[in-house]
Each structure stands twice: as C-alpha cells, then as structure tokens.
Design a protein around this ligand. Structure first.
Ligand code: DGT
Ligand code: CA
Ligand code: CA
Ligand code: ZN
Length: 573
C-alpha cells in the first residue's frame, strides 16, 4: 500500500466511524492521523518497520495498530467492516459538496436514504427542509451537488489520465513487433477532463495471433483491475485508478487513418468524412478509398492534404471552425512548449507552498526557464498563510539571496492578492507598488449576486497595480462549477487596462476555460500560462497549460510568458 492510499484510508475510516455514530474521539484520532501521516517528513515505511511510528506525536496505540496492518498486510479489517456495514450508496453521499459525515448519518438513519437516487428524490419531495441541521438552502445545494456529480460521473482529470497513459505506452512499447504505440482520443486532443484513455498500436507484422499476443500483454498489465472486452482489434480494461482504457491494434498501413479516426472528436470525423465523400472518396479508420483501393498516406498530414486541407493539430479537432480554416490553408501556428521563457503564479513556504523560494527557483531553472514570478497568498487568505504587510520586505530579502545562488534564472516578487468583496486589493497602494507584479484572484465570496461580482472583478481589473487575474471562474474541475460572469465585459476591460488573463494550468482548474480563449484573443486580451504551483513538481503543469492554450487557438505572441525577462520588465516599467 502506498502512502497516498494509506492517508486516504485513514480519512475514510474517520468519516465512516462518524456515520456509524462511533465514539467521536476515535473518529477524530483517525482524521488527525491522516493529516500527520500526510505531512510526515520521515519515511512511513521505515518508521513502521522499526516500530517507531508509535513515538510520533498524535499516533496512539490503536492508530499505530491499524496503520501497521494496512502497510504490512495491504488491507484494513476495520475499513472492510465499515464497508460491509454502511451501504456504498450512503458512502457516495459524502461526495456531494456540502454533505459531511454528520449530515450523511442523518440522511441514512432518519430518512433511511441508501443512495444518491433516493437522496435526489427526497430533495424533490422537500423532505430535507424540516430535517435537523438542514434547511431549504442546504436542500437546494444538495440537489445542485448531485447534478454536478452526475455530469462528471466517470470522468478524470487530464494529468491523471496522462500519467496512466504514458506508463502504459512505455510498458507496451517494449514489445518488439510494435512499430507505433500512440495516445488518441480526448487525451491527445488535450481536453480538460478525460472519459477514457484511447491507445492505438500498429504492428510490424500483423496477424491474428500477433494481435492477440499484444492484447494478452495488455490485459496482464499490473495496473489492470478488470478486463471489460477482449476482441481481435479492440480490447478494453479498467485500471485500478478507475479509468478505462481502449486499446486498438492495426497494421502499419492503416495506422495514420486509424489514428485520425480515434483521435476524433466525433464531429470532426463526421465533417471530414462528408468532405471526403464530396470529393469522391470514402474515409474511415482503415483508409481513404477511391473505389476498392485506399490511397497510401504515411501520416495524418498526407490524409489532410489528400482532402486539400491544411494540417489540423489534434487540440483543434473539435469541429469549432478548424475545418473552414484548413480549407483556406490558414490554420495558425500555435504556441509550443519550447516557446515558454518563464512562469508566473508560484507559491512557496511563505504561504501554502511546500518548498522554499530557492527550491522553487532551482526547479524552474531545471525546466529551462529564465524567470519565475513568485506570488504567495496575501494577508486575507489567512487559511493559506497569506503574507502580512511587514513580511513583504522580508520576503524580498530572501528573494535577493536566492537570486544570488541561481545561475540562469531570476525570481520576481509578486503577490497573489485576494480580490476583496468590494473589489479592492489586499494591501495599500504603497505596499503593492514595491512588488514586481500583482495577480488578483477570487478566493472567497463566490456566491455573490452576478451584478455585484461583476463590479468586484471590474474594479480589480481597473486597479493600476493589477497585472493579471488568476483562475477567473474559480471552478474546480469535476467538483465545483465556476461563477456566473459576463465574459465579454471582462475581456473588454482586460484589453483596455492591459490586464493579462491567466490560463491556470493546474489540472484541477484549467481556468480560463479554453472555449473562451479565441474570442478573448480577438478582443485584444493577452494571456499567461501559469502553473499555480505549490511544489517543485507542480511547475510542470505549465506544459499541460500549453495544450489548453493551443486548444484555444493561441499563438506565441498571445502569451506573456513567451517573452524574455527584459521584454516583460520593459512592459511593466
Ligand atoms: P472521452 O473519452 O469521452 O473523453 O472522449 P473521446 O473523444 O476520447 O471519445 P471516445 O473515447 O468515445 O472515442 C475516441 C474517438 O473515436 C472519438 O473522439 C472519435 C472516434 N469515434 C468513436 N465513436 C465514433 C463514432 O460513432 N463516429 C465517429 N465518426 N467517430 C467515433
Ligand atoms: Ca476517450
Ligand atoms: Ca474510448
Ligand atoms: Zn489562487
């Protein structure tokens, strides 16, 4: 069992104990235990091996026993017991935003609800309104939460799907008979969430047996939980992470056609097929046929060319105007990972990051960046350890020291300032003036009426100290919808005041939504691809953000952090 799973189990036990109505101290001990283990700097496995875990503050005897069992035997009897006792549907209620163990307990025991369907129905019947600890507002929120869960059911964050797919591809590629093994589907199109992973393999020597050999290797991959379907050309499995993978196996000649087809999306394919038909061809996953015989195309470029189309990068294949542009041979040259020269929106231990300023700088240097725009939280974000005004100068000193130790990279001092409910920033103008840049972000008060929210955001954009707006919608993918705002008005103001809009590259956010990028660009808005990193590894999310920017048709010149440090300094001077 990995540490991550251990922490998850402990916190699940805590919640389930509370639902069961166990001793509250016991439940709290597990919750604290989860937190302690998560932030433990020593290696948990060594501690358990040497029987030293019991010496860690906050880990009592009972907890110590449970953790030992989980790590040494890979299971938890207590958790199994709780799972048997509390129906799965009741446990799923915990995923509804706003429902904690206490409320779930009431719903299960007082209303005898056993799953989300029954809960939804009970809301429609107004049965939550009179319930102790609930009310009209909670009931409405529960309904909204269930709707959100339904919408997101079975989808996964891009980074998780990508990590799973990359390891799987590496595993399959070790097979000698494989000539190509590539990601297709929504993952190749760099969509913000992924329904399932599609992998396409071509064989040097194709035969039924050769294909079966690859399917067998695939279903025996160590991360496979269950095989859903196994045929000659298509095999589907579900991985332990819950994500489904479809594998298709083709011969070398059909590879480009199959790759185009399985990359999609479906609407893009449909339009291509229609276009082919108008030209007297027939296009499918096996070829581009003129009569019985298919044209020989070595790659996707050649297929597009045969249809007299400009090559369309996978990110644009959404049937959102790309085919019209390709017909005119005018698909733009999109921003590329190698165009990035630096990053903004990075946290350190000065607020809620897990690494020092120097460590973040060194990690950014390793990624080849020229500058790093540090932006810890501001004072109102007390829960995230936001900086008090007097800490700003101290932090500046530490940045200067870090810069002396770095070779090719310069750290800039910015701040991620809360946009307060009246739209003002979180420090005095004199304090903000001393910083290299300011990102304004919403971190609370999301439920404000639309009009008031617009006034709040517009005031922040008009502030002459604001250089960027962070994660503008505040959405959390698969968990929380964004706020309701008038994007056109925001873009107009951002363009007028030269405030950059962030493309937050954290996979939980990808905010601004790529669907707005093309329009905002046309209105004169500039963007920054920001990792919102809270750890050195988090910096790498920047590259996922490039995929999102490409999906929004953005080019190098639209992105602030493709500029050199000197160019940025000049812009902001
Ligand atoms: P997802 O998995 O929901 O994130 O989205 P996709 O786009 O990966 O969808 P998926 O996995 O169902 O199918 C992969 C690609 O295969 C899809 O983008 C286009 C192609 N495809 C699948 N079914 C059809 C179909 O019925 N017609 C056409 N033209 N293409 C299809
Ligand atoms: Ca898919
Ligand atoms: Ca699929
Ligand atoms: Zn933020």
């Amino acid at each position: 069992m990995e540490k991550k799973q251990l922490v998850k189990n402990l916190s699940e036990i805590a919640e389930l104990l509370e639902i069961r109505g166990d001793n509250p101290f016991r439940s709290r001990a597990f919750q604290n235990g989860a937190r302690i283990i998560e932030s433990l700097s020593e290696d948990i496995f060594t501690l358990v091996k040497n029987d030293e875990l019991k010496n860690v503050k906050g880990i009592g005897k009972g907890l110590n026993q449970e953790i030992k069992e989980m790590l040494q035997e890979g299971k938890s009897t207590l958790l199994e017991e709780l799972h048997a006792e509390i129906p799965e549907g009741v446990r799923q209620m915990l995923q509804v935003p706003g429902l904690g163990p206490k409320k779930v307990k009431t719903l299960w025991q007082d209303l005898e609800l056993k799953n989300l369907g029954e809960l939804e129905y009970a809301c429609h019947e107004n049965r939550l309104v009179e319930l102790k600890g609930f009310g009209e507002k909670t009931q409405a929120n529960v309904l909204k939460g269930i709707r959100l869960l339904k919408k997101n059911a079975g989808r996964f964050l891009l980074n998780l799907a990508l990590a799973e797919a990359k390891t799987l591809v590496a595993f399959l590629e070790s097979e000698k008979n494989i000539s190509r093994c590539e990601i297709a589907g929504s993952l190749r199109r760099s969509c913000e969430t992924i329904g399932d992973i599609d992998i396409l393999v071509s064989l040097k020597k194709y035969s039924r047996e050769a294909s079966q050999k690859i399917s067998q290797k695939f279903v025996h991959y160590k991360e496979v939980e269950e095989t859903l379907l196994s045929g000659e050309t298509k095999t589907s499995v579900r991985l332990k992470s819950g994500i489904q993978v479809d594998l298709r196996i083709v011969d070398e000649r059909s590879f480009p056609f199959a790759w185009l087809y399985f990359t999609g999306n479906k609407d893009h394919n449909t339009v291509l097929r229609k276009l082919a038909k108008e030209k007297g061809f027939k296009l499918n996953e096996y070829g581009l046929f003129h009569g019985e015989k298919s044209l020989d195309c070595q790659n996707e470029e050649e297929i597009y060319r045969a249809l007299e189309l400009h090559y369309i990068p996978p990110e644009l294949r959404e049937n959102l105007g790309e085919i019209e542009f390709a017909l005119k041979q005018s698909i733009p040259y999109l921003v590329d990972q190698k165009d990035l020269q630096g990053v903004f929106h990075v946290h350190s231990t000065w607020s809620d990051g897990n690494a020092s300023i120097l460590q973040m700088g060194q990690a950014a240097e390793k990624l080849g960046f020229q500058y790093l725009g540090l932006s810890d939280h501001s004072q109102s974000a007390f829960y995230a350890g936001g900086l008090k005004p007097e800490e700003l100068a101290l932090q500046r000193k530490e940045i200067i020291k870090a810069n002396e130790k770095l070779h090719h990279l310069t750290i800039l001092q910015g701040i991620e300032s809360d946009i307060l409910s009246d739209g003002s920033l979180d420090y005095s103008d004199a304090q903000l003036k001393n910083l290299d840049f300011v990102i304004g972000s919403l971190h609370s008060g999301f439920k404000m009426a639309k009009e008031k929210m617009m006034a709040r955001l517009l005031k922040a954009i008009q502030n002459k100290r604001t250089k960027m707006i962070g994660h503008i919608s505040t959405r959390l993918l698969l968990a929380r919808d964004g706020i309701d705002i008038d994007y056109e008005k925001i873009f107009t103001a951002a363009a007028e005041h030269q405030v950059v809009i962030e493309i937050n590259a954290n996979p939980h956010r990808f905010d601004l939504d790529w669907r707005y990028l093309k329009k905002a660009k046309l209105m004169g808005v500039k963007f920054a691809i920001n990792p919102d990193a809270h750890s050195p590894e988090g910096l790498e999310h920047t590259f996922l953000g490039v995929g999102i920017a490409r999906k929004g048709w953005l080019q190098k010149e639209d992105i602030l952090n493709t500029k050199s440090l000197d160019e940025i300094r000049e812009m902001w001077s």
